[in-house]
Design a protein around this ligand. Structure first.
Ligand SMILES: Nc1ncnc2c1ncn2[C@@H]1O[C@H](COP(=O)(O)OP(=O)(O)O)[C@@H](O)[C@H]1O
Ligand SMILES: [Mg+2]
Length: 306
């Protein structure tokens, strides 16, 4: 089974597609058969970052049944070992992908014959985005050092956490849980995972044990992108500490990617940044991150809702 690396960020412009294309390029260059899937359907542009100017087929052809098999939507890129499922031409909003189609897509992704599959997810916290992020235990969060971006990535993590907790309850039980949380802690307490978890621990101890075990098996990573000289290099570590404190989930800080004007130049020239500017700080950061992430993500386990 492929290693699946979903990349999520709360905010557009944080560098999800740049990271997805760069990791894809590095994995492919190391001889790994790699597939990039652009699931940022509202703002699909991953194809441009891997020099596929006019994708003749895309993800929504599978959703609309124009193409029956997901593997038949795969495009080749100019880079050996690197393939792409483009999100281009999509008038489809991922939030509107019906449940059966989402499950069908997740199943189809899990069967694709690649060593690595990198998912470029859209910004925001639509349930479908959360479920694609949760398709693997090896999700990667990305943010810039700006407070707005950090706020949004925190919101994304919180939503992912709640989405996973929701998985352990039937509709009726979840309603009962909501009532209990509000009774104990007030009306606006239900969007705070720490409150919910405190009530689960007290009222549903067996579920609490399962949820804890489940989250311990996740290996979330955080990357800080576009770090300028004046930014605090330890900001990522600090964010992870806050997440641990407030959400109780472990997210490992994987590292920083330096801000570099050449990223813009490479994208405008439609060339791969790593190939065109291999000796920059940012290229070095990307290579280090790729190695670190590859080493630390163990065996791939798909989540059990498939
Ligand atoms: N490390 C970086 N240094 C400088 N600019 C960057 C860097 N990463 C991303 N960018 C810029 O930010 C823009 C948005 O990146 P992109 O990957 O498209 O974000 P997202 O997919 O999250 O919306 C890019 O067009 C690029 O110009
Ligand atoms: Mg993008």
């Amino acid at each position: 089974m492929a290693h699946i690396w979903p990349i999520g960020g709360g905010k557009g412009g944080s560098g999800k597609s740049f990271l997805a294309s760069s990791l894809g390029r590095l994995l492919a260059k190391a001889g790994k058969k790699t597939l990039l899937i652009d699931l940022d359907l509202g703002a699909a542009n991953l194809h441009t970052m891997v020099d596929v100017p006019y994708p003749e087929k895309c993800f929504s052809d599978f959703i609309t049944k124009k193409i029956n098999l997901l593997e038949d939507t795969v495009l080749t890129t100019p880079f050996p070992n690197l393939s792409l499922i483009s999100g281009a031409h999509d008038s489809l909003d991922i939030a509107n992908l019906p449940y059966e189609k989402k499950i069908k897509t997740l199943k189809a992704i899990s069967k694709l014959q690649y060593e690595y599959i990198v998912l470029d997810l859209g910004a925001g916290t639509a349930f479908n985005t959360l479920d694609f992020f949760l398709a693997s235990r090896n999700g990667i969060f990305i943010t810039t050092p700006e407070p707005t971006s950090i706020e949004n990535v925190y919101r994304l993590m919180r939503s992912i956490y709640l989405r996973r907790i929701r998985h352990y309850f039937s509709v009726t039980d979840f309603k009962a849980l909501e009532k209990k949380v509000k009774q104990h802690l007030g009306d606006d307490s239900f969007n705070k995972p720490e409150h919910i978890v405190a009530v689960i621990k007290k009222e549903y101890p067996e579920k609490y044990a399962l949820i804890k075990k489940d989250f311990n098996s996740f290996s979330f990573k955080l990357i800080l992108n576009q770090l300028r000289k004046q930014d605090n290099v330890d900001l990522g570590l600090q964010i992870c500490k806050i997440i641990k404190k407030h959400l109780g989930i472990s997210v490992d800080f994987a590292g920083n990617i330096a801000y570099d004007e050449h990223v813009h130049d490479a994208i405008c020239q439609r060339v791969c940044f790593l190939d065109r500017y291999p000796h920059t700080r940012a290229a070095n950061d990307l290579r280090e991150l790729n190695k670190k992430i590859g080493d630390s993500f163990g065996e791939q386990l798909m989540l059990n809702y498939l």
